[in-house]
Design a protein around this ligand. Sequence first.
Ligand code: NAD
Length: 483
Amino acid sequence: MSAVREWPLRVGAEERGSNDGETFAAHNPATGEKIATVPRCREADVEACVAAATQAHGRWSELGPLERAERLNRLADAIDARAEEIARLDAVDNGSPLDYFRTDVRNTTWQLRYFAGLALEIKGETLPGDRDRLNYSLRQPYGVVARITPFNHPFMFAARGSAAPLIAGNTVVIKPSEHTSLSTLLFAEIAAEVLGPGVVGVVTGFGEEAGEPLVAHPDVRRVGFTGSVPGGQRVLATAAAAGIKHVTCELGGKNPLVVLADADLDAAVDGVVNGMNFTWSSQSCGSTSRVLVAEAVHAELVAAIGERVAALRPGPPEDEATMMGALVNQLQYEKVQRYIAIGREEGAEEVVAGGPVAVAGHERGFFVRPAVFDKVDPGSRLAQEEIFGPVLAVMPFAELEEAIAIANGVEFGLTAGIYTRDLGAAHRFARDVEAGSVWVNDSSKHFPGAPFGGWKASGLGQEESIEEIVSYTRAKNVNVNFA
Ligand code: NAD
């Protein structure tokens, strides 16, 4: 039994408990062991953290873009120096494999440096006008920005998600998922050392108790939310009721991956397996959870996918050989099993039987084997609802037009992919599919600097690119008569 760490709340330069001393427990999803206590923040803590961020804002925004860039680069260096500690903390708190979180830390630091490098791109325009008149525009920070994050990439979403608001001159208060708070608390500690107190604050706790008062706070005019569609709807409603606020949302997906008959089938199978992100039990917004296969290659492809998926074995997150970790918590564990039962009830063909699995020495862990269902009805729950777990739905189709109709026939529109050698078909698909990101003969990989964001219920706004920085600024147009 390892020691249970009591994490403090950091308010500006001060470390303390939550206002009324309340805490909640963090557990290791792979063992069931209690690993930490976390401050259970409520409105008074939110008030204190936002006040500290407001106080820090003047100092931070006055630094100017080059100095802020310098500090963001130093923050990236400080994170690199503690990369292994961060990755291990996420692994014990989240349950996905350690190596996956090492990649998250690397992705975080390059994005911090990327956003630092864009510091001088936060610029306005001048307009041609009369001889004695000048019109120009400015891009100014909002002040205090709220960042609300989900459980699947705890450190990366907290730290990378702070980069764009910070470089634009805002200070940030993060509300991490109540299921994975620890690495965000560590991020706030590192940020305080490098950037000074209050520039990055954290309120840990639950959506209604800590998230809602943060969104509703009058000094928070900009909210960046990453999470589920219902979570995004609640945040939008709170922001609307509390005043008009700029809210961007990175939400769920039920992403289609289409395989045409002329595709390189080996590459397509790789694309399906990699795109499903089984390593982290498919707990990823971008997981390609609907595979649409041309009838001519359907049987062959399903057999190949089934073989690959059946070989996946969940294992302890800290074990370097682990191919797939544990689900984050009991809720996710039960949800995945519920959807496997739904697939069976709906009459889909079970190609790979998924379900709970025991891992030696980790009997209380939330491990599941992935499931593959074939001939799934495109209108069924298995095909329509985001499971956020390792349950793959395969659907055959006859023509590309039918595949596009099935691809678009859900409420989501995050990502989509196609495997084909037909250039025309690839471009028709890319043109007509309703998704914010499209892959042709590839899946899953994010392209550095490319805007990422969903269509339809999958989101509002784009991140990971210059558009994200611009979204953390307010435009102001200035008219000058100097006659
Ligand atoms: P969630 O919506 O349950 O929670 C996300 C965050 O919102 C948590 O911090 C939670 O405490 C907070 N929250 C909940 N209710 C709130 C409220 N009323 N006010 C303010 N905050 C509130 O999501 P989750 O289960 O943690 O994450 C999984 C979801 O996130 C999936 O749907 C997944 O697709 C999505 N996701 C999307 C992206 C993307 O980039 N599009 C990335 C990762 C995850």
